[in-house]
Design a protein around this ligand. Sequence first.
Ligand code: PAP
Length: 348
Amino acid sequence: MATSLASQEGNNFEVSNEKEEEEQGNPQRASEKINELFSTLPKGKGWWAEHLFHYQGFWLSNRALEGLLLIQDNFKPQPSDIFLANTPKSGSTWLKALLFSIVNLSRYDFSSHPLLNTPPRDIFPFLDFYFQQNKPISDIESLPSPRLFSSHLPYNLFPKSITASGCRFVSIWRDPKDVFVSQWHFMKKLRSKELPAVSMEEAFDLFCKGVSHYGPLWDHMSGYWKASLESPEKILMLKYEDMKREPLVQVKRLAEFLGQPFSIEEENKGVVQEIINLCSFDSLRNLQVNKTRDGPSNEGRPVKNPDFFRKGEVGDWKNHLVAEMAEYIDQIIKDRLCGGGLASGFCP
Ligand code: PAP
């Protein structure tokens, strides 16, 4: 069996996956285009993969880069497509649940909702690794409209065929200090035990140099931010901290952007609150499917469903970073992202 839907990157996983693909003679995997490319790119240290490759300004694992090339070759966008795109550990799990619930509001009842027994990572496809699974393209071509996809790709790396197709993007930002801490915990779970461990200090140093999966974080953030200023009807920026503080306001904003605003009747019936409750950290984390490390949705995957639910808090960085580290990250964000009024409201 090749990679299962939306599996996350992992070194063990990558190795076995590559082996399987070689055995199966995957033509794309063997293509000279990919091999040549890898040999020419600057290499950096990976967090949950062994290496990262510097490609068009961003650090991608070999799997993510291969995935991107496959998207370029195989993905046929539809103008109604909706992409959830953000850096790892910024809130995709939460947003996947919310997007799916809003878009399918008329289709499902809350008492028998698919999210009650499907982990958010599987509720719609993670595009970055989709084409490495040897699944028929018809699987995604026949998804109901609007099709939902998630991705960690920077806006600038999305093929023009997608960004010019009229499709919409939802991107979520999170305090980079909390993103760092969340990525650090994720790495501890996912990094192969055969590789030397990475200390928090080393990870911090890499992060601040921009060497993190799909990093530099600030360039990733500014790509979506700039695009949202140019085309606010196509790109919505949300902020994890705002979603925590005022979920009702932000979920209504999201529904309006998706072209599916809640009716007065729905609001009066408490539908918005029901969606918020269903998708809350505590509710999702306590569902059997998201608590178990067994079962089909975990099989063969190095990261298990519970690994996507750690603390889900704002400001957990205070438990891990000393003041100088926090100030250092804040300063990078100010210097690299906040100049000239860019991203005001998102700046430390
Ligand atoms: P991904 O990039 O691997 O898809 P993503 O879901 O973006 O991960 O981020 C995981 C973070 O979101 C975790 O944060 P933490 O490490 O600081 O705890 C996770 O706990 C948090 N998270 C998951 N689900 C929710 C939710 N429903 N509400 C709020 N936070 C959540």
